[in-house]
Structures are given as C-alpha cells and as structure tokens.
Design a protein around this ligand. Structure first.
Ligand SMILES: Cc1ncc(COP(=O)(O)O)c(C=O)c1O
Length: 434
C-alpha cells in the first residue's frame, strides 16, 4: 500500500458516522467495491474477504478441490499459496520458476501427475506469469487454474487483467500490496454457480443475509467476511490505483532505459513475460552469479528474491515438516485420500530455482518517488553495478553514490527459521515420486 491519507480518513469517518458497519443490510461500501473492482478487472463477480490467504482458500474450495488432489505451486511465492491448498485438504506440489521468477511452464508440464487437479501460478512481485503457456498446459491436462494475484493488483498480461485469465483469481489487500486496507482480500470469478460457492466459503451463513436459492447447496466453512470499513478504504484506494500504476510503470521504464548501457557490463534486466502490462512495482535484474548479486545489494538498497526470508519453498516450515493441519486427523499429508499424492518437499529439491532466485535482485518503485529521487536511484544502480562487476572498488563507492536509500516497499524483514528448530524433521513417511 503506497498512498493513504485524508481521503481514507473521510471514508472511514463516513462509515462510522452512518453507524452502518456491517456489510449486509444497510451497508453498501463492500458491495460497491465488489462491483467496481469486478468492472475494473473486466470480470463478472468479485467477493471480498478478510485476507489474501482466505481468498486463496475460498477459491480452492469453491472450485471443488480437496482430498485426493494435487495442486501445483511455484517454488517462489508467499507460503499462503501452498498452505491454502492444505487447508482445503489437498496437497501442494512445488515446481520450478524460470528466470522471470514466476512458474516455469515447462516445469509445470513435467510436474503434472495422475492426481494433479489444479495449478496456482503466482504473479509474484507484480511480475506476470507466462499465462498463455500455463493455460495451454492446463487445457491439455484438464487442470483448474487459480491465479494468485495477491501481489499483482493493477497489473495485466498482454492486455488482460491479472487474475481474470484462469478459472479464478485471488487478491490480497494487506498492508504490503498495491492497494490495501491494512488487511483484506477477495476472489474474482466469472461463473455464477462457483461464485455462490465462494460466497459460502467466505460466510457459511451468507444466504441468510442475501437470500436462499434452490439451486445452491451450502457447506460448512469458516467466517471471513469483510467489514464496511475495509470496503470504504478500498473504494478510496481504487480511485488512486490508475494513477499509481502509471507512476510505477513510468519509473520502471525510466530506470530500465537509463541503465540499458550497463548491459555490456553484465547488468541484465530480468526477462518479463508481459513487460508492458506487469505491475512495475519492481525493477529486476538477473545477475550472472550469486556473488555479483550479493555485492550489488551491499551497495544499492534492493533485495535478492531468494533472500526475503519467506518467499521461497525452503522457508515454508509447515510444508517441509508435513504439518498440514492443527489436528493430526485433519492433516492432509496423513489422509488416506492423499496417499497417492506426492507429499514430500525437501529443501534441496529445486536447485535451479534456488540458483535463479539467488541471482535476481529487485529494486522497488514507488509512485511517490520524485524525479530527483529516481535520478539518484539510477545513479546508485550504476555505482552498485560497477562495484558488483568489479569495475569500482569499495573505497570509491561513497564518493560516487547519490544520497538516497529506500527499499522499504519490499517487506524484507527476516523471520528465518530452520525446520530443525522444531525437532520434528520430515514427518511425511512416503517418499515422493517426483
Ligand atoms: C503471493 C501471495 N499470496 C498470498 C498472500 C496472502 O495474503 P494475506 O497476507 O492477505 O493473507 C500474499 C501476502 O503477502 C502473497 O504475497
């Protein structure tokens, strides 16, 4: 979330003054946002919920995925992509990313097995997945596609909005996202019957508020409704979105254009699947070696994709130790229905992804950056590149750098833990047959 201020304060105050804080009945902020955001996406239905994690869960159970099913997820994403598969009773199968740091469609093709029911491509750091290739693998193998668009708000893939290309899309409106309400999430879908299932996943009692229909069979779920305060903030945030996207695209293009001459040195922009439509929330470079990437981030405020502390499968403790649920009898890893699924994830299983992620550096853009700040960033990228590629010594850096440091927009705080810390080791008995 980049911009928040007076408009949001007024919107929240308006809801409180109205006394209409509950979305059903008298409130209209959530409903208004759902309609406006569906229109913005060019889709039929959008349902708000309390988080991106829950949006993923609602999309997965809404589409009927559960025990006995494998869902393919990429090696690089926030762990909720994988844990939401488990909360539906299914098993996440982790697969490689390519140099775009999004799911590698060839790896997806190789990963499809007899139990595979769905795939979750993730538009990580705002970078669009290769949706044409992913959709073609999915069509060939009859897979459902849920786009994890939590980090892809406002972005597109070759003219289509991210989240609307597969069968469903999940969004997060938490604090770190392009627009947000502190917390929040939602699901986009075009099918009316599935939309009702998603509504039920978000609120098992939703038919009480909106009316029962003969054609829908409700099921038990957790409650994860949005509040009118969330709706009000998001309506204001949505007003800001087009301008913010334009500013981030412009900044990204300016930085790339002004660092192109460093290509000869070895500074290569990360290949993007849809460079004119992806979010532009980061400028990314793919370095030739991990050592060059490490030296670059020493100097330029930026983050190595593989070192955020929680976005790579090696950091998803629950998956690594096979603790798929709070209660052992509800643990999908132990369920009879899942015995044919590939259930083992080990830290060393995807060395190609780890290598790519260790070599990819990300510099956050920000719609609030001034021309002067962008100019300083460009200068500092050049200094960092010259140092990383051995053309400048560390003693020369300080005199060459412009005074400007901010990489705050990537939440890179580290909560790194080692699975061994739990003293559990790998809990899954059956070795994977990947
Ligand atoms: C790719 C991705 N998926 C899912 C989520 C989960 O969203 P939330 O934090 O709103 O539950 C996030 C949030 O960081 C995310 O970045």
């Amino acid at each position: 979330m980049y911009n928040i201020g007076e408009e949001e304060i007024k919107a929240i105050a308006g809801v409180i003054r109205s006394g209409k804080l509950f979305r059903y009945g008298e409130g209209d902020q959530c409903l208004t946002f759902e309609k406006r955001y569906a229109d913005y996406l060019g889709a039929k239905y959008f349902r708000l919920t309390c988080s991106g994690s829950y949006a993923l869960h609602a999309a997965i159970v809404g589409l009927g995925i559960g025990p006995g099913d494998e869902v393919i997820v990429p090696a690089h994403t926030y762990m909720a992509t994988a844990t939401s598969v488990l909360t539906a009773g299914a098993i996440p199968v982790v697969t490689d990313v390519d140099e775009s740091i999004t799911m590698d469609p060839d790896a997806l093709e190789d990963a499809v097995g007899p139990q595979t029911k769905a795939v979750i491509p993730v538009h990580i750091w705002g970078a669009s997945c290769n949706m044409d290739a992913i959709m073609s693998v999915a069509t060939k193998h009859n897979l459902l596609v849920i786009e994890d668009t939590c980090q892809g708000i406002g972005g597109g893939y070759e003219g289509r909005m991210l989240g609307t290309i597969g069968h469903a899309g999940a969004y997060s409106f938490n604090y770190f996202k392009n627009i947000g309400a502190g917390e929040g999430g939602g699901v986009v879908i075009n099918d009316a019957a599935l939309d009702k299932r998603i509504a039920c996943a978000i609120d098992p009692c939703h038919y009480y508020w909106t009316g029962r229909t003969e054609d829908f069979m409700p099921f038990a779920s957790n409650g994860a409704r949005a509040s009118e305060i969330m709706g009000a903030v998001l309506n204001t945030q949505l007003d800001r979105l087009p301008e913010m996207m334009a500013a981030m695209w412009a900044e990204k293009n300016q930085i790339l254009a002004n660092t192109r001459h460093l290509d000869n040195l070895g500074l290569k922009p990360t290949p993007m699947n849809s460079p004119n439509y992806e979010c532009g929330t980061h400028v990314m470079y793919t370095m030739p070696t991990v050592e060059v990437a490490d030296k670059f981030v020493e100097v330029m405020p930026s983050v190595i994709a593989g070192k955020t502390g929680r976005h790579t499968y090696t950091e998803w403790d629950q998956i690594l130790i096979g603790e798929g649920a709070a209660h052992p009898l509800m643990n999908p890893y132990k369920m009879d229905a899942n015995q044919k699924c590939r259930r083992t994830v080990t830290k060393d299983m995807l060395p190609r992804s780890l290598d790519i992620l260790g070599r990819t550096v990300m510099i956050p853009t920000d719609p609030c950056h001034s021309e002067e700040q962008i100019g300083k960033m460009i200068r500092n990228i050049e200094v960092a590149a010259r140092y990383a590629f051995g053309e400048m010594t560390s003693s020369e850096i300080e005199s060459r750098m412009a005074e400007f440091k901010d990489a705050d927009k990537i939440d890179s705080r580290k909560y790194d833990t080692d699975v061994a810390a739990y003293g559990l080791g790998q809990q899954v008995e059956t070795p994977a047959t990947l």
